[in-house]
Design a protein around this ligand. Sequence first.
Ligand SMILES: [Zn+2]
Length: 132
Amino acid sequence: MITALPALETERSEIQRKIGQLGDMRSGSITTTGGRCGTPGCHCRKDGDPGHGPFHRLTRKIGGKTVTETFATPVALRKAQQEVAEFHRFRELSQNLVEVNERICRARPVEDTLTLQEKKRRKRSGRKSNGK
Ligand SMILES: [Zn+2]
């Protein structure tokens, strides 16, 4: 694992660059259904029948409710698949971004940022700071 600050900062700007290059994105996941249904006498029950579908739909949660969207054309489906894939890339990158930032925070030396007034106050209170 990289722990040197300059290397971590390089890694961070690389992740930020990738996030900046992301295209259209949307949350949700696309599921595929199809095959045989439960309707007696349906053509899909016959041997050699390819069954139904495949049907693709996008589901996502909005305010706790699952919303489903279907696609009129294969082109619309492909567009949505790319948008969802882009969102997953974003999720992954933003997680990496948080992780590298946490490592940067640990690697960054503590600078004396206290103002004079704050230092006076600390002296007066006489409390010892707890290092970690
Ligand atoms: Zn059927």
